[in-house]
Design a protein around this ligand. Sequence first.
Ligand SMILES: [Zn+2]
Length: 405
Amino acid sequence: MASKRDDGEPSTVPNMKWYFDKKTKQIVFGDVSAIEPDSEEMKGPDSLLYEVKKKLDTGPPPVQLLDTLDLDGIVNFIKGGKCQNIITMAGAGISTSAGIPDFRSPVTGLYDNLEKYDLPYPEAMFDLEYFQKTPGPFFSLAKELWPGIFKPTPCHYFIKMLHTKGLLLRHYTQNIDTLEIQSGLDPEKLVEAHGSFRTAHCLICKKEYSKEFMEDKVLAGVIPRCEHTECNGIVKPDIVFFGDMLPKKFSDCVEEDFGKCDLLIIMGTSLVVQPFASLSHRVPINTPRLYINLEKTGTEGVNFAFIFFTGGFKFDDKDNYRDVFWKGTCDDGCFTLSQKLGWKDELVNIVKQEHAKINKEVLLLKSKVKKFSSQKTKSTESRNLGKPGTHSDSKISVSKSKRKI
Ligand SMILES: [Zn+2]
């Protein structure tokens, strides 16, 4: 990549190999050693880069804790009892084998298959401002993807196994499908960075509603409305839309957990969505990191570069001392890991038993969906599905942010 700034001007700083896109606030290519602490780029929300650089400059040299920089090295590390505080981070890739589409994959991804909802732009599906005026498309999608219709994957059960074995500090997920909870993972061990369908709130009076309340409405094709007298606000599942804040538990746990992490496992995410993506550099400098994914980088290399230059992955670098990449699906990665750890039979059995248990529930829910689909509802609400202007609330001020689903 050429050594030039985002304005197209060549860099005037010797050895400068990066440029900073002020519009997207991202580093496109670079060299940490060339970053000037007092430069404009190091101020404000991006000062994190400077903080990381300071740490790298002043701390003791990093130590390689893995025997080898591959999956066997990770396995020996776990087997040797060298880690008890594993953090797992996951994205849509851990749920695709359950049948849930991810958001950004070309052709099969959710954003490429939204024509039927007649959205002005794909991200409108999760835009709070748009949702308040036009909630129909979101609830139509919610009906299709309603939690309970899908079964957790082997990868979900592997994460639960880590907890059962006393090795899991916390699991951070970007997914809103609640499959972690369905796999039986202790909610205490789970951070749903982008919220979930488990609870919901009225957008006006903030009254909380249960998943059961929402389920009946959503599956019947009715927009959920607040039951408080004279409120009638739209009830929105507590998933993070563009314009929403991330859950408090996310920031609390990040603060508490990452300094203790002795092994980081990242699965099924192309690490393009902030602030989730930048968590990988928050672990201690010697902590090994395993990345299981179909691709080594996301298609949006810009964000990957951001991570790279903030203490990020060094898979193919000569000075790599802790990063391991395993190419493949999350399920295959977890099965391979389990096999090498001697846990494979256990994992296979758990998947078999748990799936047998929930098969019945999944069938019940599917028949409920069918029943609702065959009923022609006469409610005004359902006739409004997909049509703009069903409700708007001027009391709520909405500002767009970088928060993404
Ligand atoms: Zn209300």
